[in-house]
Design a protein. Structure first.
Lengths: 259, 351
C-alpha cells in the first residue's frame, strides 16, 4: 500500500435536517486512481465539494499530504496541488480555449497587476513558459488545433476535455474529476480511460466520480460506494462489486436504469 | 475553422490600420481650410473642446470597463471616482499650491484609496447588492462635494484651477491640451490592453464568466475584484484630473449621481468589455447631445432613442460593429458568417 495523499476523517455536512454526507473516511493513495460511485443523490459531488473546500464541513477534517486543510479556501487548495473539474461544464464560455487553460496556470505565475500593465520582462518570461505548459496540456487532451477558438463554441465532448485540461494546467498532485464520462460516446470514453491512466503515469493522483461501471472497474485501484451520504463499501473493485450491500443498493438498480 | 489566405489589400489594411487612425487623430487639430481668402483651422476651439471632453469620457468609460466589463461588477456610482479625482487635483493645486503632476498622481491614488475603502466591505456582495452599494456611494460623494464647503467650495465649486505647463509649454490652449489628452488616452489604452491579456486580466474575465470556476482554478476572487476596482478607480481619478485642468473650473453638478447612468450608457453603447467600444461609446454620447442641441428640449428624447437603437441594432455595441468591419476588411471573417446583430438574434432564438 502506498501512502495516502488525501484523507477525510469522519467528514460530514448537514443541510438543515439532512445529512448529505455523514461520517465518511475517504482516502486516496498517492499515484493511484480511486473511484467514487453511488446512486444519484448519494452525496458524491457533496463529498467533492467538501474535499475541494467549496463547502465547510459540519463534522470531521480533510487532510492533504498529511496536513489539515479543513480551514483552507478553494483557491488556496488549488495552489497547494488539489484541482477539480465540474459535473456541469463550468468553462469561461466567451474566452478562448487557450485563455481558459491559462486561467488554470494562474497560481503557477506570480507577476502582479502593475507588471502586467507595464508589460515588464517578468510578465513575458512567465507568460511564455505558461503558454508552453498549457499547449502541452491542450495537446494531451486533443485540443491543440482549437486553441484559439471560443470555449463556448466547442462540441460537448471537447468542452469536457477542456474542463480537464484547465484543471491539469493548475499542475495538480491530486485531481478530482466529477463525472468526466457523462455524455461521451464509446470512442471518447475509451480515450478518456487512456488519458486518466496517462495522468496516473505522470504521477497525478486521480479521484473520479463515475456512473459507468465498466470504466470504474477497469481503471480504479479502489472504489468507494456511497448511499444516502454514508459509506457502504470501500476497497478494491473486485471486492466492492461482490459486496451484497452494494449490489442491493446500487448495481442492481443501475442495470435497470441503463436498460 | 481555417483562416483564409489574405489578399495583398487585406495585408496592407492589417499592417496600416492603427497607424492611419493615429495619424488622423494627430493631424486633426492642424488641418487648415481656406475661408474668406484666409487659412483657418478646421477645428475651432469649440470642436477641440468637444474632442478633449470626448477623450476624457473615453478614459472614464475604459476605467468603468475594467470593473464592470472585465470583472462583471456593475457600478452605478462610477462618476464618484471621477469627482474624487477632479476635486483632489483641484484642491491640491489651488488651495495647497502643489505642482500639477502631484495633483494628477494624487487624483488617481486618492480615488483608488476610496475604492479600497468601499471595496473591502462590499466585495463579497454579488450582483445587484454591489450595484446598490456603489449607487449609495455615488450619492454620498456628491453630497460631500456639495456640503464640505471649506474644502470643495460647496455649490460654488472651485475656480482658477491652473492650466498645465510642462517644460515651458502651456497647455492652456485647447489645441495643445488636445495632444496631452491624446497622450493620456493612448497610455490608458495601452495599459488596459496589457492588463486584459495578462494573468490578472484573465483572472478578472474568468470571475465575470464564472466566479466558482475561477476560484477552483486558484484565483483569489475577492482580491482580484478589489484589484479591478482599484485600477478602475485610479484611471477614473486620472480622467477627473484631466477634466479639472481642462475646464479650470469644477462644480458639484458634473458629479451628480445621475451622471453615472450616462457612463453606463457609454459602456453599453460601446459594447461591454471592449476597449475600442469604450472610446467610441464615450465619444458618441458626448458629441450626440451637442449635435442635437439645435432641436432644443426634444434632444433628450432623440438621445434616448439613439441609445436604444444602437443597443437593438448592434447588440455588441459600437465595438462589436468595429470588430465586424475590421474582420471583414482584413479577411478574417469566416465565409457565411452573418452580421453580428443577425448572428445574435439567431442565437437568442435558439435559446
Amino acid at each position: 500500500m502506498s501512502k495516502n495523499i488525501l484523507e477525510t476523517q469522519g467528514i460530514g455536512i448537514q443541510f438543515g435536517g439532512l445529512k448529505a454526507v455523514n461520517n465518511v473516511n475517504f482516502t486516496a493513495g498517492e499515484g493511484e486512481i480511486t473511484a467514487l460511485i453511488g446512486p444519484n443523490g448519494a452525496g458524491k459531488t457533496t463529498l467533492f465539494n467538501l474535499i475541494a473546500g467549496f463547502y465547510a464541513p459540519t463534522a470531521g477534517k480533510v487532510f492533504f499530504k498529511g496536513e489539515d486543510i479543513t480551514a483552507l479556501k478553494p483557491y488556496q487548495r488549488t495552489r497547494i496541488g488539489l484541482a477539480r473539474t465540474f459535473q456541469n461544464i463550468n468553462l469561461f464560455a466567451d474566452m478562448s480555449v487557450m485563455d481558459n487553460a491559462l486561467v488554470g496556470q494562474h497560481c503557477r505565475m506570480t507577476y502582479d497587476p502593475i507588471s502586467a500593465m507595464l508589460s515588464l520582462p517578468s510578465k513575458h518570461k512567465q507568460e511564455k513558459a505558461s503558454r508552453k505548459e498549457v499547449m502541452e496540456m491542450l495537446d494531451f487532451m486533443g485540443l491543440a488545433d482549437v486553441a484559439e477558438e471560443k470555449a463556448g463554441s466547442l462540441s460537448y465532448g471537447k468542452q469536457k476535455n477542456l474542463e480537464i485540461a484547465r484543471a491539469m494546467a493548475t499542475k495538480p498532485e491530486l485531481l478530482l474529476l466529477d463525472e468526466p464520462a457523462s455524455g461521451l460516446n464509446t470512442q471518447e470514453l475509451d480515450q478518456l480511460s487512456q488519458r486518466v491512466l496517462a495522468m496516473r503515469d505522470r504521477g497525478i493522483t486521480v479521484v473520479l466520480i463515475e456512473h459507468k461501471m465498466d470504466v470504474v472497474m477497469t481503471i480504479s485501484h479502489k472504489v468507494m460506494v456511497l448511499n444516502f451520504g454514508e459509506t457502504i463499501a470501500f476497497g478494491p473493485p473486485e471486492t466492492v462489486s461482490a459486496d451484497p450491500h452494494v449490489i442491493e443498493a446500487y448495481l442492481g438498480k443501475e442495470d435497470d436504469e441503463d436498460a | 475553422m481555417k483562416k483564409n489566405e489574405m489578399t495583398l489589400a487585406q495585408k496592407i489594411y492589417r499592417k496600416s490600420r492603427l497607424w492611419v487612425i493615429l495619424l488622423l487623430v494627430v493631424i486633426f487639430p492642424l488641418i487648415q481650410i481656406p475661408k474668406n481668402g484666409k487659412m483657418i483651422f478646421l477645428a475651432d476651439n469649440y470642436l477641440l473642446h468637444m474632442a478633449n471632453i470626448s477623450m476624457m469620457f473615453a478614459i472614464l468609460t475604459i476605467s468603468l470597463n475594467i470593473l464592470s466589463g472585465f470583472t462583471g461588477l456593475m457600478s452605478v456610482g462610477h462618476i464618484a471616482f471621477f469627482g474624487i479625482g477632479a476635486y483632489s487635483a483641484a484642491i491640491l493645486t489651488t488651495k495647497a499650491g502643489m505642482p500639477i503632476l502631484v495633483g494628477f498622481i494624487a487624483a488617481g491614488v486618492i480615488s483608488a484609496l476610496f475604492s479600497l475603502i468601499l471595496g473591502l466591505p462590499t466585495m463579497r456582495l454579488r450582483g445587484m447588492y454591489f450595484s446598490v452599494a456603489t449607487m449609495a456611494f455615488g450619492e454620498i460623494i456628491y453630497q460631500l462635494i456639495k456640503n464640505l464647503e471649506p474644502l470643495t467650495g460647496g455649490t460654488k465649486g472651485i475656480t482658477k484651477i491652473p492650466s498645465i505647463e510642462i517644460f515651458g509649454i502651456s497647455f492652456k490652449d485647447y489645441r495643445n491640451f488636445y495632444y496631452l489628452m491624446l497622450l493620456g488616452l493612448v497610455l490608458v489604452i495601452v495599459l488596459t490592453q496589457n492588463l486584459k491579456n495578462s494573468r490578472p486580466g484573465r483572472a478578472m474575465l474568468a470571475i465575470r464568466a464564472n466566479d466558482i470556476a475561477a476560484e477552483a482554478m486558484g484565483v483569489n476572487v475577492v482580491s482580484y475584484k478589489l484589484v479591478a476596482f482599484m485600477a478602475s478607480a485610479f484611471f477614473a481619478g486620472i480622467a477627473g484630473a484631466f477634466y479639472a485642468h481642462e475646464m479650470r473650473y469644477i462644480s458639484p453638478e458634473t458629479f451628480a449621481s445621475v451622471e453615472s447612468a450616462s457612463l453606463l450608457a457609454m459602456m453599453v453603447v460601446g459594447g461591454i468589455g471592449s476597449i475600442p467600444g469604450a472610446i467610441l461609446g464615450g465619444a458618441a454620447l458626448t458629441i450626440l447631445p451637442e449635435v442635437l442641441r439645435f432641436i432644443g428640449e426634444f434632444r433628450l428624447v432623440l438621445y434616448g432613442a439613439a441609445v436604444v437603437a444602437i443597443i437593438i441594432f448592434a447588440p455588441k455595441g459600437l465595438g462589436g460593429l468595429i470588430t465586424w468591419i475590421d474582420e471583414t476588411l482584413s479577411g478574417q471573417r469566416a465565409k457565411g458568417s452573418k452580421h453580428p446583430s443577425e448572428a445574435e438574434a439567431g442565437e437568442e432564438a435558439q435559446e
